[in-house]
Design a protein around this ligand. Sequence first.
Ligand code: NAP
Length: 322
Amino acid sequence: MEKNIRNVVIIGSGPAAFTAAIYTARANLSPLVLAGFKWGGQLMLTTDVENYPGFPQGILGPGLMEKFREQATRFGAEIITEDVTAVDFKVRPFKIFVNQKSYQTRSVIIAAGAETKWLGLTNEQRLIGKGVSSCAPCDAFFFKDKKVIVVGGGDSAMEEALVLTKFATSVAIIHRREQFRASKIMVDRAHANKKISFILNSEVVDMLGKDKVEGVKIKNIIDAKISQMPLDGVFVAIGHLPMTSIFTGQIDLDEKGYVVRRSQIHPGGGSTGNYKMMTSVEGVFVAGDVHDYHFRQAVTAAGYGCMAALEAEKWLDIQESN
Ligand code: NAP
């Protein structure tokens, strides 16, 4: 175990984590960022980010994350690109484990993000990387002149479909309902693209192909008819799951696994009720998609990272003066 007791350990490496790192580093708290082996969060899987303020011409997702990281490092944040394997929030200082190593810390900011949700079909898992993907910006290139589908009805599905049209010959969006969850502007963009078609009230119930995707079975929800569609690629864009398995039993999580904030449990109540970003454990704060399933934007995640950092700083100050 590392002898040194840290002021703050930040778990994660997306916009929330690095913003928390910038703020805590500038507050002289010498943050340690446990960024994960695959650092950078979901923006590493996107191409153009057009809605992050300050970049009027847009910026590539990985490029934006490099800038976040560089800014955190500039103020002295220590960044380790390893995965946290366990935490113990029942002791003080808290303990954070990275395989055999462990770190002690007075406070923690959880900004571990969320990961892709899959359909849960047996053949889907077998065919990931062999025609099944969840990241059009990463994999669209492999589908040049091919026929693909995108599953989902949210903004991600529209965005994936639009990216895919740059390479594929045709892209069908398969959605289980008649109405889309996606914003109007994204649906309009998809409608305006001649390569995109829509298959509504339908679910993908199986994926076909031995060594690579060759087709899917689609069930029409209204008449329960099952049809087969030959194609080369399936992009799953049905949302995300919070990265909270290591926190189970340590802090309160909701039924979907998202971190619950203390202010949601005791609104305005108790001496720590005013900390908006504190979890059910005093001294453990949260920021970003790991608790926010509503906005899920880089800019809101960054805002939450700032809030968590300011609250951690205030809380540590009060502990020191007691
Ligand atoms: P989302 O908004 O939660 O949409 C998920 C979609 O997948 C929904 O249409 C849902 O259907 C469908 N779905 C979920 N589970 C399914 C299953 N098991 N089988 C079939 N379909 C399933 O997720 P998202 O599209 O990833 O977007 C997440 C957030 O990021 C949103 O706030 C979105 O606005 C934002 N975002 C924004 C942009 C942008 O502005 N450029 C791009 C990407 C994402 P139902 O509708 O029937 O529930």
